[in-house]
Design a protein around this ligand. Structure first.
Ligand code: TXA
Ligand code: MG
Length: 327
């Protein structure tokens, strides 16, 4: 495995080489429409173990299986309910991960020993081309070290995990920028374990029945630790009206970076402006790159004014809350 290989243009040669690396049990960084993934052959427990080792991720945090079609998804699950079928028709390929009862072909290494498996068909053309060239399921978490922000461009994958991968396919910057909506289809009603671009209301509309927007019960979403998605800088989430005061207060402790949709008047002159973040979709697309930019500036604090809690804004607020918690 070549250390810190440059990202590769995903032409036919690179896709064939990436598929062959997966068949050999090696890891491939690849783009999806949400964030970049760190892929391994989902049927190969040794390859899957390499994913956990590379990320430094606890082995009981299950991985998402990426497949090229709903038909390929059916092979991984014991049963795809009518509601799951309807969601697959409506949203695949796309940023939706369905948790379903697993079939015996899925190794324990992928599911953390659970009796369920998370599956999605990504919408990125390079991800789909890789899945078709490989011809099987690719288990892939986001391609970051454990607890760090997800990578949204190929260079970020090289920075995070360059020495662990055989190759990184360059699909450009990710359109959506935050991870897929994860919904548990094994409960009644189904429950959103991780908010994303597709809302609980959209899911509910398709299946014609309620979908719970909040997971209940302990550890329903293993790996959804409060301190996830965190940059090196500490994050403080504030209302726009309080941003200037918070930035001035924290400036005494070191460099302060500011993230907001609109310009904030009265910031300290040396504050690093990470915006404009744009509307909620723009904010999502720029969020993790902004975290990384704050770190590159050596920021001690990030003062973040979140977008409104509508649409993908709910998911952005979730990631900001997690980034700010428990540090
Ligand atoms: O957008 C995405 O979903 C990206 C791209 C690469 O597809 N992947 C991603 O993977 O974010 P990861 O491993 O960082 O997050 C997977 C999430 C975790 O919160 C995990 O707990 C949940 O999915 N998950 C996976 N399998 C599960 C299962 N069997 N039951 C409950 N939650 C599961
Ligand atoms: Mg992740």
């Amino acid at each position: 495995m070549s250390a810190h290989a440059a990202p590769r243009t995903p032409d036919a040669d690179a896709l064939a080489a990436a598929a062959s690396a997966l068949r050999d049990g090696n890891l491939v960084g690849f783009p999806t429409e949400t964030v970049y993934g760190l892929g391994a052959d989902a049927r190969d427990p040794a390859a899957v173990a390499r994913v956990f080792a590379a990320k430094g991720r606890p082995s009981d945090h299950p991985l998402i299986c990426h497949v090229a079609s709903a038909g390929d998804a059916r092979a991984l699950v014991a049963l795809m309910s009518p509601a799951a079928e309807a969601l697959a028709v409506a949203f695949w390929p796309g940023p939706l991960t369905l948790v379903m009862a697993r079939s015996a072909v899925v190794p324990d290494a992928v599911t953390g020993g659970r009796d369920t498996v998370a599956v999605r068909v990504p919408a990125h053309p390079v991800a789909l081309a890789l899945l078709r060239a490989f011809g099987g399921a690719v288990a892939a978490p986001s391609a970051n070290r454990f607890g760090r922000p997800s990578p949204t461009c190929a260079d970020d994958v090289v920075d995070e995990l360059g020495d662990a991968v055989a190759m990184v396919l360059d699909g450009g910057p990710c359109d959506i920028g935050i991870e897929s909506t994860v919904v548990d289809m094994t409960t009644d009603p189904p429950q959103v374990l991780r908010p994303g671009r597709i809302s609980a209301a959209q899911l509910s509309q398709v299946i014609g029945a309620p979908v719970s927007a909040e997971a209940s019960g302990p550890a329903r979403a293993p790996g959804m630790l409060e301190s996830h998605y965190a940059p090196g800088a500490q994050v403080r989430v504030v209302d726009a009206a309080d941003a200037a005061r918070a930035a001035a207060e924290l400036a005494g402790e070191g460099i302060v970076a500011v993230m907001a949709s609109d310009e904030i008047p009265g910031l300290p002159p040396d504050a690093v402006i990470l915006g404009p973040m744009g509307d909620a979709d723009g904010y999502a697309a720029r969020l993790y790159a902004a975290f990384r930019r704050a770190d590159a500036h050596g920021a001690r604090w990030i003062v973040a004014v979140p977008p409104p809690a509508e649409g993908i804004g709910v998911a952005v607020r979730d990631r900001l809350a997690r980034a700010s918690a428990g540090r």
